[in-house]
Design a protein around this ligand. Structure first.
Ligand code: NI
Length: 226
């Protein structure tokens, strides 16, 4: 399942973050690459312990914790401290799968990467290329969102970023360990939650809302690992 979370940040918040990012020190992106992806990766990043990365990363995590769509789609157990990348001058990231387990140099903790997330800090008209291309069960998805919006996709997917041939693409990327490991089960819960929300909006007193909410939680109780 691939889910877009619009407007995690307002345009003003994006502007504040970009000012900080522009003033930061960008290093070779291979600092965090695994063995295979090192061959494919051509971009720059902030160091994991860069003060700007820690500051904006904290803002991202606070915004997402308060975002019902994110919580419903990801059912997050742990979120990796957000990293930041920058592509320009033809930089790209060839086809790869993200490492299954990641250890944070900042927190010292490790997570299983069930979901990958990209939060865009550049608008699509600011750069050419730079599409995130994800090979989903339903085919190939090409993603280029407005600044402040986020995409969630299964970390098990093959994906790549096409060359940025003009302009600059700034983004944050990170991973989520979900309470529900299996993407298919998580998708069922997300679809069910959305249907319940629609039903509850149409008729808050509908007895089916109570029944379906109970079924949702009983499925979550069956599948969740915490
Ligand atoms: Ni990746």
């Amino acid at each position: 399942m691939l889910v877009q979370i619009p407007s995690v940040f307002t345009p003003e918040e994006v502007g504040e973050c970009r000012d900080l990012l522009e003033a930061s020190r960008w290093i070779d992106g291979n600092a965090t690459a695994g063995h295979q992806s090192r061959l494919a990766k051509r971009n720059r990043q902030l160091a994991e312990d860069d003060p700007t990365a820690i500051k904006i990363g904290g803002r991202i995590l606070s915004a997402l914790q308060a975002d019902p769509l994110f919580v419903s789609a990801a059912l997050p157990l742990k979120v990796f401290p957000p990293l930041f990348n920058r592509y320009e001058g033809g930089e790209n990231f060839g086809t790869h799968v993200d490492n299954a387990i990641r250890r944070s140099r900042v927190s010292g903790g490790q997570i299983r990467t069930d979901l990958s997330a990209t939060l865009f800090f550049s608008d699509p008209d600011e750069y050419e290329g730079g599409e995130l291309v994800v090979e989903d069960t339903y085919g190939v998805q090409r993603i280029k969102l407005s600044a402040g919006s986020l995409v969630l996709y299964p970390a098990s997917s093959l994906h790549h970023v096409t060359p940025v041939t003009s302009g600059t693409r700034l983004a944050s990327f990170f991973w989520i360990q979900s309470m529900v490991r299996d993407d298919g089960c998580r998708t069922l819960l997300f679809d069910m939650d959305r249907a319940i929300q629609r039903l509850a909006t149409a008729d808050p007193l509908d007895a089916s809302v109570v029944s379906l909410t109970g079924i949702y939680h009983n499925l979550l109780r069956r599948w969740a690992e915490i």
